[in-house]
Ligand binder design. Structure first.
Ligand SMILES: Nc1ncnc2c1ncn2[C@@H]1O[C@H](COP(=O)(O)OP(=O)(O)O)[C@@H](O)[C@H]1O
Ligand SMILES: [Mg+2]
Length: 364
């Protein structure tokens, strides 16, 4: 159809897959609620479908509160899910705690946004990394094995010479160094999948690129499958092979990053991109002012809007959008580019003209 862009996905082996992934958090009922029969819940994640592949970065982009961290925690098996399947190399897996959880964590590691919170302030770098190596059986047999493994981990995240860092406490390191230690700790498990939940958004703008470049090198070196969670769609273009856009608990668009960021199809993706002033700057706060620029705010997830969850904010909503949930539809401009938007349904006459109007309305 169209010529492939340089970043067009070369299909890597599927490692981790989510099918119909759903998480509703029950809301504690007030006394009054005890007498009503309706159960309330936060619909944090609904029917999410995604595939992480070896040697590829998949970005999950959306505003704060859209359910991104919940997806990461579900994939890490930290929460039970309400519905859906998680498959590792095609095998459905559900683990809760104990030995099965450790076995799973050996293959799927989570990196958090705030390295200061994820490292224990009373312990040194040596302690954190030793523990990770031991828990996952990668510490070797002798002290010399352990020492070599520690050194290797720090070298992998470019904290050298290792001796300078092993005895440091988290507060003695910079934010970027702390996140590198957190990454080294994750690598201590020798995982296949890294789930990176906003790994650079707490860091100074000037060092974000360095950490993303490190993750990219590690991906290439170890053929890792990476889920890169961000609210900055500009950084997704820079860093990710594939980009998925999430709004109010649902995925609304996906495809290779170049296509999704350069030719966004869903009105929400257009809004996100319109609010990221310079697509080449890794600012990390590109999406922060969407609510101010866009028409209104993200909806309540306790009673999410019927039909398309974006319809109350959508500049081109049609009556159908308030009633029926749009299915995934091919956009048609690039292989694998899809969106859940009725504008792209063959029924919608003059779809092309309507889409053009969206561009004019949602752009800046
Ligand atoms: N443990 C929880 N209990 C109840 N609600 C939660 C819990 N964790 C997250 N939520 C709610 O789920 C929604 C999605 O949250 P989250 O996944 O953290 O979004 P994001 O990472 O995109 O900011 C939010 O409305 C949040 O308040
Ligand atoms: Mg989050």
């Amino acid at each position: 159809m169209t010529t492939p862009t340089p970043s067009a996905p070369a299909a890597g082996e599927e490692v981790l897959e989510a099918i119909g992934l759903t998480k509703h958090f029950p809301v504690r009922r007030r006394l009054r609620g005890l007498f009503s029969r309706t159960r309330t819940a936060v619909h944090a994640v609904d029917d999410v479908q995604l595939t992480l592949r070896r040697g590829r970065v998949t970005a999950l982009v959306g505003e704060s509160g859209s359910g991104k961290s919940t997806v990461a925690r579900l994939l890490a098996q930290l929460y039970p899910r309400t519905a859906g399947t998680i498959a590792l190399h095609g095998e459905p897996v559900t683990v809760r705690g104990g030995r099965p959880f450790r076995a799973y964590a050996r293959r799927v590691q989570l990196i958090f946004q705030d390295p200061f919170a994820s490292l224990n302030p009373v312990h040194t770098v040596r302690y954190h990394l030793t523990r990770a190596l031991r828990v996952h059986g990668n510490a070797g047999r002798t002290d010399a094995d352990l020492d070599a493994a520690l050194r290797r981990l720090l070298e992998r995240v470019r904290l050298t010479p290792a001796e300078r860092y092993l005895g440091s406490f988290p507060h003695e390191l910079s934010g970027g160094q702390r996140q590198r230690v957190a990454i080294a700790r994750a690598l201590g498990a020798d995982p296949e999948v890294l789930l990176a939940d906003e790994p650079v958004s707490m860091l100074d703008v000037s060092i974000r690129l360095g950490v993303l470049n490190l993750l990219r090198e590690l991906k290439e070196q170890f053929d890792l499958a990476i889920l890169y969670i961000t609210h900055d769609i500009a950084s997704a273009r820079y860093f990710a092979d594939e980009t998925l856009v999430m709004y109010a608990g649902r995925l609304v668009e996906g495809g290779d990053s170049e296509t999704v960021t350069q030719r966004p199809a869903h009105p929400y993706t257009r809004l996100l991109i319109g609010s990221a002033p310079d697509p080449d700057r890794i600012t990390g706060d590109g999406g922060a002012d969407v609510a101010e620029r866009g028409d209104g705010e993200p909806p309540s997830l306790i009673r999410p809007p019927a039909g398309c969850r974006f319809h109350p904010r959508c500049p081109v909503a049609m009556p159908r959008c308030a009633e029926e949930l749009p299915p995934r539809l091919e956009v048609g401009d690039h292989d694998g580019h899809w969106t859940a938007c009725w504008l792209y349904h063959p029924d919608v006459t003059k779809a092309g003209a309507a889409a053009a109007t969206v561009g004019g309305g949602a752009g800046r």
